[in-house]
Design a protein around this ligand. Sequence first.
Ligand code: AHG
Ligand code: MN
Ligand code: MN
Length: 326
Amino acid sequence: MHFEESFMNFILHHQERHDRTYHFLILMDALISAAKHIQYYYLTGALKGNLGLAGEVNVQGEDVMRMDQIAHEITIHYLRSSGRVIHAVSEEAEEIIEMDTKGGRYFVYFDPLDGSSNVSHGLPVGFLFGIAKRNLDGPEDGHLRAGKEYRAAGMFVIPTGTFTIALLDSGAWRFHIDETMSFVKPLRVMLPENSKTWELSFNEANRYTFSKRVQAWIAEKERKYAFRYLGALAGDFHRILSNGGMFLYPAIVNHPKPEKNRPHGKLRLMYEAAVVAFMCREAGGDAVDEIGTPILEIQPENQHQRTALYVGSKPLVDEIAQILQT
Ligand code: AHG
Ligand code: MN
Ligand code: MN
């Protein structure tokens, strides 16, 4: 019989190789449990009446499906009971959620259900997270960490059973769920250098609301690359990590109704943009915002702040960054 290496085993060896404690394993176990539990609710959603709009509004003023809240509650439960988290930031909670301010070691920033408009269609959604660590040697002020201070970042694509995690300076790794619901078979993910498979991913309906220079760049590139858009960052970025190319959610600056402009784009810095930027860097790529600033350098001022995002293969990100910086 042949057994694949499990994710927990992989992390155990990683920690031991780097002479680290097992606290991170406990945190990862909590995130894995949360992801499986969210997947269970997703798969049984129709039966349990959990699909569809609940008529509620989330903290960003957008529609929220009940699945968002369920996924949030599940994640909070596991993070809190791990005893390893100082505080958490969730897309579904306006305030920072305090947990173990004394015994905790980590800060966790998460989007419990990314791409929620896919839920009622039975299409893939994501669970995105970034992890930073307390300063163990000096005074701890608990500030919100920039992406460059993350120690790990990852995403589950639900219900496809894939899990990709990037560990600081140790690469991006993809796992698949097996018949026993374990994530197994680590595969190193590196963006392909050959542009043959590269894709572009953005909401085409927004195209003419982008700045003129971004529109011009798209016009120049569009015939070269395939175009794919699922409407869930986790799923769209999953493809980019394998095939290369770029996912972009630019600033909306030319909307026919100026009140609908979004000069900071739509995506959230701490639990969407910085998460994929961290993974992308470990896979050999990069990510910038609307003025070409590396996403990982942005110091958050608010846990829910938004940022435009250009993430993917380095040559493309470098090219757009140069255009955006001028
Ligand atoms: P969420 O469901 O967590 O609010 O995130 C949705 C985000 C992201 O996943 C996706 O890339 C983007 O919204 C799609 O936005 P548009 O529908 O404007 O393209
Ligand atoms: Mn999201
Ligand atoms: Mn969400």
